[in-house]
Design a protein around this ligand. Structure first.
Ligand SMILES: *Cc1c(COP(=O)(O)O)cnc(C)c1O
Length: 442
């Protein structure tokens, strides 16, 4: 048993892991074809047939809708834009509260802020890392307008009870599906479980167009509003005869023809790329099951997990080795991944800091310097953003969650063996790590 790399020994592996590179010859050809036409985007921000974008955008939207089982898909330049457009379509405004997870990428939360509404954070469920009906219910007030549910790490939140609760209180539900494209919940595709679903096509996601996003919905009215917000709504609603002009402040959230052409190729690659992640996780989990102090993620019955992140729970009380030391020891055994060398080995402690601890919430400052939306005269609530607000989030983030992305194709069984060997090697050296941690404390 060789010494830990952290303590000067030889690492399990030094040569880089293979890049997750999903762009190839098909995309190159599709991009060339668009470039040949000379029309890289076809939108007109006025009442006109081209208000809906060009042929590639329209074909991409059709293909995405078919892949996700949604009646409508609107393509946008990011999921952030998609979240903003969905929040606008939901009619969110000053005085409203939006219930959301604090364990997510910031845009899930700023979607409420941009329409001058106040985010209210519900705790996550310790098993799925998503908010649940149980944690949402006590946060509902007469001011609640919508719920933004984030299917974090690649598995859907428990949506049926959330939709029952939303119906009971007349709330709009937006699913943030950025991390779980093509996943299913009880056999049904995400993105159509709530009223609107938002997907990301940024470089880090399962499939990508560089930057990009989509919103899916089965509701004709929401689809129309999202299309308006995407493309200068205020300039269009008059001639289009739109009666309900609430939040019809248009942005330029348009996706170009090149991204749409790439997106169509990516849709066809998606299922296989996801399948490979699942196969790799199954292989990893068979070997990681025996690592002391480590608990593997749970998958709800009938769900498919698409593993944006493989979320492990680490018990430092049991091992008597602090999580930070455990993760540092692991990282020392393994190399970075090609194309993301600068990030080091793709293993981490926790995910993002609970959002309510960020300055916007601690200082309650967003729009202007009058404290809007938190101190907006139309708002009569008092949002709580104190440390301790969401115990499960804080426990996961500060104590127990260990994440990695080493399940991404084209990792081979031999690559995955190196990952598992590193975990086992570190676990076999827990006594040495206890001594190391004790020295660090001094
Ligand atoms: C990536 C991500 C987003 C934002 O996606 P962009 O396309 O970069 O705007 C939103 N929510 C979650 C959960 C994400 O992971």
């Amino acid at each position: 048993m060789s010494e830990l790399a952290l303590l000067g020994g030889k690492p399990v592996r030094e040569n880089l892991f293979p890049a997750y590179k999903v762009i190839g010859a098909e995309e190159k050809e599709a991009v060339s074809a668009v470039v040949e036409t000379g029309i890289l985007s076809r939108y007109i921000g006025a009442e006109h047939p081209d208000f809906m974008g060009g042929p590639e955008v329209n074909a991409f939207e059709k293909a995405w809708g078919e892949a996700c089982g949604a009646k409508h898909t609107v393509a946008l330049n990011s999921a952030t834009s998609g979240l903003f457009a969905a929040a606008g379509a939901a009619g969110i405004g000053p005085g409203d509260e939006v219930i959301v997870s604090p364990y997510t990428m910031m845009a899930s939360v700023t979607a409420a802020i941009v329409f001058n509404a106040v985010p209210v954070f519900a705790d996550i469920d310790a098993d799925t890392f998503c908010i649940s009906a149980e944690t949402i219910r006590p946060k509902i007030t007469p001011r609640t307008k919508a719920i933004i549910v984030v299917h974090i790490f690649g598995q859907a939140a428990d949506m049926d009870p959330i939709m029952d609760l939303a119906e009971e209180h007349g709330l709009v539900v937006i699913e943030d599906c950025a991390q779980c494209p093509f996943a299913t919940y009880k056999g049904r595709p995400v993105g159509t479980l709530g009223h609107m679903g938002v997907f990301s096509l940024n470089y880090h996601k399962h499939i990508h167009t560089g930057e990009g996003g989509t919103v899916t919905t089965n509701d004709d009215t929401y689809a129309e509003k999202i299309r308006l917000i995407r493309n200068h709504a205020e300039a269009v609603v008059g001639r289009r005869g739109v009666v309900d002009i609430v939040n019809m402040i248009g942005f330029n959230f348009r996706m170009g023809e090149i991204e749409a052409a790439i997106g169509r190729c990516q849709i066809t690659k998606g299922p296989d790329l996801i399948d490979q992640r699942q196969v790799n996780v199954t292989y990893l989990e068979e070997r990681l099951a025996g690592v002391p102090g480590l608990t593997l993620p749970e998958i709800g019955e009938g769900n498919s997990h698409v593993y944006y992140i493989h979320a492990l729970t680490y018990d430092a009380v049991l091992t008597d080795v602090p999580r930070a030391v455990f993760v540092e020891a692991l990282k020392a055994e393994l190399p970075p991944t090609e194309l993301r060398e600068g990030e080091g080995p793709l293993i981490g402690s926790g995910y993002v800091r609970p959002i309510y601890l960020e300055p916007m919430f601690q200082q309650k400052t967003a729009y202007g310097n009058l404290g809007c939306p938190f101190a907006c005269p139309h708002y009569d609530g008092e949002p709580d953003y104190d440390k301790g607000l969401c115990p499960n989030v804080e426990q996961a983030h500060f104590e127990t969650l260990v994440t990695h992305e080493l399940m991404r194709p084209p990792m081979t069984e031999s690559d995955l063996d190196d990952v598992c060997d590193a975990f086992h090697k570190v676990a076999e050296h827990f006594p040495a790590l206890r001594d190391h941690a004790a020295k660090l404390e001094k």
